[in-house]
Design a protein around this ligand. Structure first.
Ligand SMILES: Cc1ncc(C[n+]2csc(CCOP(=O)(O)OP(=O)(O)O)c2C)c(N)n1
Ligand SMILES: [Mg+2]
Length: 557
């Protein structure tokens, strides 16, 4: 290795990113980290300047979801950092590796409440996995390497690194840190043997997949295991891409409002193998599927963070392993006895198909369910779909069929405004794949300004906005519990097709089901970032129940 030469803090930092194999980063520029921006000028890192730090941070989080390597986002101090906070929160709840670099005030001004001064350790202390501030340029390689390790190792998560402005301009002579690869945590032979023993005595076993630290190979190994043991496999909230929906062992999405038959299957399983997930509030139907602290099911919990094992549910067999390492070991689980549950997987899959095949006709000329069924035929299996939060997402997760690993980008944290920035990142990363963001009218405008980023960098994403003129999810809760008292949930929306055109993209208004397919094809053919503004009837509030049917149904509970 060449002897290190003197470099500025900004240059040392960017050289560490190069050493870690960072291929792209997002940012909103700020005067607090000019020295980094200057070093990026000469680096082979694709930097996308975004319009708001919330979108920039979500794009970085989406990169972490797609690749398993930390998404990198640069923001300025104070308002830049606080704007970025939703992306940090998503990365935390979704177990996604991400590093947020924040420009910071000069070291000599600290604690005077200087311009935009924030104590990052205090502000992000309970959200991020680790927060640090680098006080000496000479320590950048050490601390950045540690940031990559903490972001990716164990249960992945967000790291926040504050960079005092004057530190970035000082010079130091220091060598680079090596590329960091997260350590795998492997299951022991005895644990795999015990799993085999539990299955040998099982009658109604079931598998649920979730969390991060998966790969396409791990998903394939899990599918082979499910086939060998004839196991029904469900996926946790927003993790449907971990098991192919058209696989005969797929039992469905254990998400919000799951198929009641699937919920019964989970409750009635005698051995429940939970790989990577945590079965938190959403996938557990508000902690009703598995008893706390002692599950009725014999719970085998596989998780990369040892502290997640027994955090809520006490497992009969805790296995501290990454899904990747665990799945690699699955072919070593011997089939010890005759399978007594043969037929269960096929029955579960049949129930899944019955629940998701044919949507109910709802009020209005635009049948969103029919459109989603059309999309599931139209889109190639490697298409990437993204969404934020709102009732509009229910149709995607019920009627679409995810068939490949890492084709779904959606926040388990239920953060609105995620779909558009996530789509921008996905299409930047995979320019030849179709990337479709599904958004609500409320959801879209949380980060709608990032449509400008898509236009600026020629990233032809497709955005489908389901406009029902309201924050429909909250209206649903209102009508259920406080019927006929609509409060702060109505929206008067812009013409989203004109919005797309004004930004330099392609926009169309879709009022009927029949108009959708040709509009979609024109949007694809335009080669531009596009918005399809779909007008949904407010009565069509959920796939199962109309607004009128929901009104008052929860009163007095
Ligand atoms: C950042 C954020 N703010 C608020 C909420 C609460 N919330 C959940 S869904 C929702 C309404 C979503 O409205 P829209 O995107 O129009 O979808 P719809 O429910 O109408 O289909 C709100 C306000 C949230 N989940 N995230
Ligand atoms: Mg809406």
């Amino acid at each position: 290795m060449a002897e290190p030469t003197a470099r500025t803090g900004g240059r040392i930092l960017v050289d560490q990113l190069m050493a870690q194999g960072v291929e792209r980063a997002t940012c909103v520029p700020g005067e607090s980290y000019l020295a980094v921006l200057d070093a990026l000028h000469d680096a082979s890192i694709d930097v996308m300047a975004c319009r708001n730090e919330g979108g920039a941070a979500m794009m970085a989080e989406a990169y972490g979801k797609l690749t398993g390597r930390p998404g990198i986002c640069f923001v300025t101090r104070g308002p830049g950092a606080t704007n970025a906070s939703p992306g940090v929160h998503i990365a935390a709840q979704d177990s996604t590796p991400m590093i947020l670099f924040v420009g910071q005030i000069g070291r000599h001004m600290r604690d005077r409440e200087a311009f935009q001064e924030v104590d990052y350790r205090a502000v992000f202390g309970t959200v991020a996995k680790w927060v640090t501030e680098i006080d000496e340029a000479a320590r950048i390689p050490e601390l950045v390497a540690r940031a990559f390790r903490i972001a990716t190792q164990g249960r992945p998560g967000p790291v926040v690194v504050a960079l005092p402005e004057d530190m970035l301009r000082e010079t130091a002579t220091v060598g680079d840190a090596p590329r960091v690869e997260a350590a795998e945590t492997h299951p022991g032979e005895d644990e795999m043997g015990r799993l085999g023993g539990l299955l040998a005595n099982a009658e109604r076993p079931m598998v649920i997949l979730g969390g991060s630290r998966w790969s396409a190979a791990a998903c394939a190994q899990m599918a082979a295991f499910a086939e060998r043991f004839a196991l029904p496999v469900g996926t946790s909230f927003r993790r449907t891409h971990l098991f192919a929906a058209d696989h005969p062992n797929f039992a469905g999405d254990v998400g919000i409002g799951p198929n009641p038959k699937l919920a019964e299957r989970v409750k009635g399983a005698d051995v429940l193998l939970l790989v990577g997930g945590r079965m938190s509030e959403m996938p557990s139907s508000s902690y009703t599927l598995i008893d706390i602290p002692t599950p009725r099911q014999t719970l085998v919990h596989v998780h990369p963070d040892v502290n997640e094992l027994g955090r809520v549910y006490q497992p009969a067999l805790p296995i501290n392993a990454t899904p990747i390492a665990f799945c690699r070991a699955l072919d070593r689980v011997p089939l010890q006895a005759e399978i007594r549950w043969r037929g269960h997987a096929a029955a579960a899959h049949e129930e899944y198909v019955a629940w998701t095949e044919q949507p109910r006709q709802l009020p209005g000329k635009f049948q969103y369910g029919t459109v989603m069924c059309w999309l599931r035929e139209r889109l190639a299996p490697d298409s990437i779909l993204t969404n934020g939060a709102g009732n509009f997402a229910i149709w995607l997760h019920r009627y679409y069929r995810f068939r490949r690993f890492a084709t779904l980008l959606a926040p388990t944290s239920g953060s609105m405004g995620y779909g558009l920035p996530a789509a921008v990142m996905a299409k930047r990363q995979h320019p030849r794949r179709m990337v479709v963001a599904i958004a609500g009218d409320g959801d879209f405008l949380m980060n709608g300004q990032e449509f400008a980023t898509a236009v600026q960098y020629d990233i032809p994403i497709l955005v489908i906005i389901i406009d029902n003129g309201m924050f429909g999810t909250i209206r649903m809760h209102q009508e259920r519990d406080y019927p006929n008292r609509v409060s702060a949930t109505t929206l008067r929306n812009p013409d989203f097709a004109a919005y797309a055109v004004a930004f330099g993209g392609h926009g169309e208004r879709v009022e009927t089901t029949e108009e959708f397919a040709p509009a979609f094809e024109r949007a694809v053919a335009s080669g531009k970032p596009a918005i399809l503004h779909c007008l949904a009837d407010p009565e069509a509030l959920t796939p199962g129940r109309t607004l009128t049917e929901i009104r008052g149904s929860g009163a007095g509970r």
